[in-house]
Design a protein around this ligand. Structure first.
Ligand SMILES: [Fe+2]
Length: 561
């Protein structure tokens, strides 16, 4: 011990005498690099809190050396670190892209803690985190987030969540996007100084690591992660657009190689860069969190582990392809979660004693069904004024018939036919494309008499819907968050947002409220009596100076089952 200390002292003196000393090899050989500059370029993060432990994350690298960095970490109950309650050592090695994750144990429930990493004389930024409560819990506050797109704009929503009073942030995926620098949502990226790195669409482990690093280099992301523990699941863009278990819309094997190789790279980088508790099978990320007796939060993977290939809506309304598409869509064995995950979540719900069963997952579960007459009119590739007018007429004819029925007025035969026609979900990448799987999951909650709340992201817009069985029986409610920065319907529809909102809320039976144009997050305040969802929107992502839009009464919505 003494010899080691003497040797270290000597090395520190040598190093300070000559800053230019190329001492990396010598220092490594002696078992320490304490005097070399260590950078914590991506801050710190915490995640997957339980009542007694939490994952702590950082990235550490020597300035000009590729060796692993030996780290110590500390968790304290005070920001001065005078009351250290848990500590240990770890490594940030080239094998993990210089990321480091530890599971800090021995913590107490419902406590705020401070944490940091050290490498010799260099210390990471300090992070703040919180463990989950146990027993009788009167209230939990969650932020629900999704779709943080770096080139699209600033992460002001992250900044807001970091400063908020929520206990935990739940990120429902699209934490990164895979596109090339000139791809999706990059129109203003260069002028905002947010051009994607690497410039190519990400394919390899090195690419995925670089993209994760760029997202975590963002100042608002650092502030967010340093202030709130997160519970995250991936959606498609952590892999590539419209991923399913064996492929993706945005993957071409002929030119981009094996999908399974790409998927493995994406999974590895995700586990390296996200503060998630990694098991032996890193492809499996579904897991539960208990907030005492108040909430069981079951985080699901609707994206990569069990999902069958998506069905194209154009096939369903094309007479030549309709029969096969309908057969696939209505198959009783069609999977979104896969059989193993479905059984797991059924068991989790059955054994949970919590007041609320909350499913944290990616895509809209509520029926977002449109009459075929409207889908056919809107799906036309013809964008002439006449075609758009025909689309508007299809909507207004249907809404007129629906309104008249609601008022008990006499309907014409054509109006009755409009109301009785078949309906389809407008987005078959969501649960609407997997109706049998949805019915099984919702029936489970109904049979167990559970109070069900479903959280969703993916769409870049905000939604509040009833969750119903095919019989019409209500089972629960869905609260879906807008995006941190990805563009929503306003980027694709030429109609004013108020009109888009009126169409969706008018046509879709189970939809109670939606916002069609703003970026933000969903704040959930959950008590034994109710779940309150409040959508907090910001006024811009084009500047780091922004305002939070004061929610209207209608943007604070309550479910009390
Ligand atoms: Fe997204």
């Amino acid at each position: 011990m003494k010899n080691n200390q003497a040797r270290r002292d000597f090395l520190i003196r040598v190093s300070s005498i000559s800053a230019a000393l190329t001492a990396g090899g010598i220092l490594s050989a002696c078992g320490g690099n304490e005097t070399l500059m260590v950078n914590f370029d991506y801050g710190v993060a915490s995640g997957d809190p339980l009542s007694d432990k939490v994952i702590l994350w950082t990235h550490a690298k020597y300035q000009d050396l590729s060796d692993a960095v030996v780290l110590t970490w500390q968790v304290a109950s005070d920001i001065e670190f005078s009351k250290i309650v848990s500590s240990g050592s770890a490594q940030a090695s080239p094998d993990s892209g210089y990321t480091c994750k530890v599971d800090a144990t021995g913590l107490s429930p419902n406590q705020t803690y401070f944490y940091r990493f050290k490498a010799g004389q260099h210390t990471s930024p300090i992070g703040k985190t919180k463990t989950l409560p146990i027993g009788s819990v009167s209230e939990v506050k969650l932020a629900v987030l999704s779709c943080s797109n770096y080139p699209a704009g600033f992460f002001n929503v992250y900044s807001e969540v970091g400063r908020s009073d929520v206990d935990v942030a739940v990120h429902l995926g699209d934490y990164i996007y895979e596109y090339a620098a000139t791809g999706y949502a990059s129109d203003t990226a260069a002028s905002l100084g947010r051009t994607s790195v690497p410039a190519n669409e990400i394919l390899t482990l090195s690419d995925y690591r670089m993209r994760h690093a760029q997202y975590k280099s963002d100042a608002d992301s650092k502030q967010f992660h340093a202030n709130k523990p997160i519970i995250a699941v991936w959606d498609d863009h952590e892999f590539t657009n419209d991923t399913y278990k064996d492929g993706a819309e945005n993957h071409t094997p002929a030119t981009e190689g094996s999908f399974s190789v790409r998927k493995a790279a994406a999974i590895q980088a995700y586990h390296e860069w996200m503060p998630i508790r990694s098991g032996s099978d890193k492809a499996k990320i579904y897991r539960s969190f208990n907030f005492g007796n108040l909430i069981s939060l079951h985080m699901l993977d609707t994206r990569s582990i069990g999902r069958d290939l998506q069905i194209e809506i154009t096939d369903l309304i094309n007479p030549a392809k309709q029969a096969a598409a309908v057969a696939a869509l209505s198959s009783p064995t069609r999977q979104l979660l896969g059989t193993e995950q479905l059984q797991w979540v059924q068991t989790q719900m059955a054994t949970s004693q919590a007041t609320w069963q909350v499913l944290g997952q990616q895509v809209l579960m509520a029926r977002m069904e449109f009459p075929v007459s409207i889908l056919q009119a809107l799906n036309s590739s013809d964008t002439s004024p006449q075609a758009l007018a025909a689309g508007e007429k299809a909507i207004s004819d249907y809404l007129t018939a629906k309104t008249k029925k609601g008022l008990g007025m006499q309907l014409s035969d054509s109006e009755t036919a409009l109301l009785n026609q078949a309906k389809l979900g407008y987005n078959l990448d969501a649960w609407d494309g997997y109706p049998a799987a949805r019915e099984i999951l919702l029936s489970t909650a109904a049979q167990l008499k559970k109070r069900l709340v479903v959280l969703a992201g993916d769409t870049h817009n905000a939604w509040h819907s009833n969750l119903t069985l095919m019989s019409g029986q209500k089972v629960g409610e869905e609260f879906a968050t807008s995006s941190v920065s990805s563009p929503g319907l306003e980027a694709y529809l030429a109609l004013p947002p108020a009109q888009v909102k009126a169409i969706f809320e008018g046509v879709v039976n189970d939809l109670k409220w939606m916002d069609s144009s703003r970026r933000g997050y969903l704040k959930l305040s959950i008590t034994p009596a109710q779940v309150q969802g409040e959508w907090l929107f910001i006024d811009t992502i084009s500047s780091r100076t922004y305002k939070v839009v004061t929610p209207t009464a209608n943007e604070k919505r309550i479910y009390s089952a």
